[in-house]
Design a protein around this ligand. Structure first.
Ligand SMILES: Nc1nc2c(ncn2[C@@H]2O[C@H](COP(=O)(O)OP(=O)(O)OP(=O)(O)O)[C@@H](O)[C@H]2O)c(=O)[nH]1
Ligand SMILES: [Zn+2]
Length: 350
């Protein structure tokens, strides 16, 4: 029953509790590292912590242990020094841990936020919200295409769907042709994701830290990104795919909320065969009536939010709404129709 207690998430007060020192009120980017067992997550963490980067990084290791109490190791790497703390978590899944004391661990970290610039969180295969996902070049394809019993989602494919960055690791173990196949497979699941290929998880750190920096600063880069996303064709009917569509004009904010909530919460949007559309991730840039700036829509599972960007619509610019959805049973034409019907408010009152 405790599981139902949802602690309130309190917005961080800039210049508040953290004290008056410089940077105390700054937002700390959190990067979550996911990936199938053995893909190279720990190798990546070790690489990041030992690499010279002059950045203060806190790491929460989220491993599944034996028994009911799961342990998390917290390490703060500060100029080469490593600080460790042990935290206990009951739930290994981050999004479920929001109802859990996992949130407290993160809040505690936030209070120490003068001490570091980034938080990295490694989670094992069951975690939901992935940001960086490490994919094994050799076995990844097998994991991604493995068919699951009716109704069950392929966890490896879900991690790819949720990621902002995919690191295809262990490229030393495969041929160019095999690498092409895994790349194509990743791309067909997630049309938005950035893909990097590595050995021993050696990445340029600027690619891994603060993945949402550009999104939240301006809509421009997102707009560019969204323009190049193509609807993928499902090889398998039950597979996770990316779907994108664009609708011109201004939309009404409450109606947009209604559209998203029908999709993510009510789950009453169905495909041609009557299967519920299952959206894992949603991203969009929209034009809301009465707002002079572009608005970003972000959704992960049941959570979503709207954020006004610093990019204003220009006088001579066509106002437009571009949405990208990643999930199962997605039908682009139906989604677009439902969007237009729900969101423009063209029917009825004008
Ligand atoms: N050949 C090869 N092996 C690698 C590479 N990267 C990592 N490995 C090896 O793969 C194994 C698993 O790497 P880890 O970093 O422990 O993987 P992980 O994702 O943290 O594994 P779990 O925590 O068990 O899920 C280790 O033996 C690594 O040495 C690579 O690029 N090439
Ligand atoms: Zn969860």
């Amino acid at each position: 029953m405790e599981d139902e207690d949802c602690p309130a998430l309190v917005p961080i007060d800039p210049g508040g509790a953290g004290g008056a020192q410089a940077g105390a009120g700054a937002r700390i980017p959190v990067t979550i590292i996911t990936g199938y067992l053995g893909a190279g997550k720990t190798t990546l963490l070790n690489y990041i912590l030992t690499e010279q980067h002059n950045k203060r990084i806190a790491v929460i290791l989220n491993e599944f242990g034996e028994g009911s109490a799961l342990e998390k190791s917290l390490a703060i790497s500060q100029g080469g020094e490593l600080y460790e703390e042990w935290l206990e978590l009951r739930n290994g899944c981050l999004c479920c841990s929001v109802k859990d004391n996992g949130v407290k661990a993160i809040e505690n970290l936030m209070q120490k936020r003068g001490k570091f610039d980034y938080i990295l969180l490694e989670t094992t295969g069951l975690a939901d919200p992935g940001i960086v996902s490490v994919v094994d070049a050799k076995y990844g394809l097998q994991h991604l295409t493995e068919e699951k019993p009716e109704g069950l989602i392929n966890e490896a494919a879900r991690q790819v769907a949720l990621a902002d960055l995919i690191i295809i690791n262990k490229t030393d173990l495969v041929s160019g042709e095999e690498l092409n196949k895994i790349r194509t497979s990743v791309r067909s699941i997630n049309g938005l994701v950035k893909i990097i290929e590595t050995q021993r998880s050696r990445v340029d750190l600027s690619n891994v830290l603060d993945l949402h920096a550009f999104d939240s600063l301006s809509g421009v880069s997102l707009q560019k990104k969204l323009q190049h996303v193509k609807t993928t064709h499902a090889h398998l009917d039950k597979g996770i795919i990316t779907v994108t569509f664009e609708v011109l004009g201004n939309i009404i904010e409450e109606n947009l909320n209604l559209f998203i909530q029908n999709l993510l919460w009510e789950k009453n949007v169905k495909d041609k065969t009557g299967c519920t559309m299952d959206v894992i991730r949603l991203k969009g840039l929209v034009s809301i009536q009465g707002k002079s700036h572009q608005v970003i829509v972000q959704g992960v599972h049941e959570l979503y939010d709207l954020e006004e960007t610093s990019v204003g619509w220009k006088e001579d610019e066509k106002r437009t709404n571009r949405l990208v959805l990643i999930g199962r049973n997605l039908d682009k034409e139906i989604l677009k129709e439902v969007f237009i019907a729900t969101v423009t408010g063209k029917q009825g009152n004008s």
